[in-house]
Design a protein around this ligand. Structure first.
Ligand code: COA
Length: 362
């Protein structure tokens, strides 16, 4: 029997995360991802995901220092970035520069330093490319800022708003890991051949690049724009539901309750109610859930992660074309964790296929 898309097939044991669609739960190594997003920095959660324990103050300082040292592009990487055609998609650019990081000394099993180099550099690749395409001067990393704050700083060229950093940090923590999704599986397949970390991550970026995985918040952003323009959430949402249109950012294939990532982002952003964009997002969510219950009873339709991701990206004025790259900057930490785990108990991943062609005569 063929299981198309390997749906329902368990291909690995993992201690890294639990995704429970029925209960609406996301757990990282025995901790609620939502609690981590509220209480811990990106740096702390990456350390936790890779090591299985929280860092001491000293270990966190050392880890953060290594991460910030990895923010700097090497001259040859700047040269590659400068030579790539303008028409090249940002995900292809990230994949190309990450690919250029491989060298003869790459080891098996992969080391922490190799992971740090990739996670540390991806935000710089994105901001360098983004600003050069805009014709804006390149902003060098600021060593006094956290990983996420520095990403915003390098994109915008000014010290980011504290609430925006908090919201984006929570987004980074909540999206860094989500079980054996397509890109994570890709990374594990590559690692299972005892290949190197750079190859595994370059492959994972390739998987993330596809529209069925990387997602796009454009639909949610369009919805929020339309509501803002018309001045009434109820009118716009009702009209869409009466016209049998789907409300973007609501419903989920796995989560039949509120997506725990949306719930956590909602909680976190509700503290920044003075930000008009977050305020609007919260009001629209409440109204949409109420109307979905009325128009689609029993379908259990709630906000998904895309909804609050879009609200956050919109609020911090991140262009929509940077959504999947930003998701990649977060998810790469999860990919690295899976490669380390695959390295520890390796068995080559090599499923079978059923031959459906002709058999030659003997
Ligand atoms: N707005 C209005 N109705 C919706 C809806 C939405 N966002 N999502 C699902 N429904 C309705 C469907 O029309 C269908 O109604 P019916 O029973 O009368 O035919 C029912 O709920 C089941 O929908 P279905 O598409 O079969 O659910 P699914 O679990 O297969 O699909 C999604 C999940 C995510 C594809 C779907 O909810 C969707 O398209 N959402 C909007 C796009 C989005 O936010 N995508 C990002 C996901 S992270």
């Amino acid at each position: 029997m063929v299981h198309a898309g390997l749906k329902g097939i368990v291909a690995a044991e993992s201690e890294i995360s639990l995704v429970d669609g029925e209960r609406g739960q996301l757990v990282y190594r025995g901790e609620w991802a939502s609690t981590l997003a509220k209480e811990k920095s990106f740096e702390e959660v990456v350390y936790f995901l890779w090591n299985g324990s929280f860092p001491s103050e000293k270990a966190l300082k050392e880890f953060s220092t290594k991460l910030l040292e990895a923010r700097y592009l090497k001259p040859y990487q700047k040269d590659i970035l400068d030579r790539l055609p303008d028409s090249m998609d940002m995900m292809a650019v990230i994949r190309t520069v990450v690919s250029s990081m491989g060298n003869k000394a790459d080891t098996f099993p992969s080391t922490e330093q190799e992971g740090i180099k990739i996670v540390g550099l991806i935000p710089t690749i994105i901001s360098y490319r983004y600003r050069s395409l805009q014709g804006d001067p390149i902003i060098e990393p600021d060593a006094s800022l956290s990983h996420v704050a520095n990403f915003l700083y390098m994109l915008k060229g000014k010290t980011p708003d504290e609430n925006h950093v908090k919201a984006l940090s929570a987004y980074f923590v909540l999206t860094m890991e989500h079980g054996l999704n397509a890109s994570t599986f890709t990374a594990r397949v590559i690692a299972s051949t005892e290949s190197d970390l750079v190859s595994a991550i370059a492959g994972a970026i390739g998987a993330m690049k596809g529209p069925l995985h990387g997602g796009a918040p454009t639909g949610v952003i369009d919805l929020l724009e339309e509501i803002k323009k018309e001045g009434s959430a109820e009118r716009v949402l009702k009209r869409k539901l009466e016209n049998k249109e789907k409300l973007m950012g609501f419903g989920h294939r796995i989560y039949k309750t509120r997506d725990p990532r949306a719930a956590a982002l909602s909680d976190i952003t509700s503290n920044f109610y003075d930000d008009e964009e977050f305020k609007l997002a919260h009001e629209v969510e409440n109204k949409a859930v109420e109307l979905l219950k009325e128009h689609k009873p029993g379908r259990n339709l709630y906000a998904n992660v895309e909804y609050y991701a879009a609200a956050i990206l919109r609020s911090i004025e991140l262009p929509t074309e940077l959504f999947t790259p930003t998701f990649t900057a977060a998810r790469c930490a999860g990919w690295v964790a899976h490669v380390y785990e695959q390295n520890q108990n390796n068995s080559i991943i090599r499923p079978s296929s059923t031959y459906t062609g002709e058999i030659p005569e003997e």
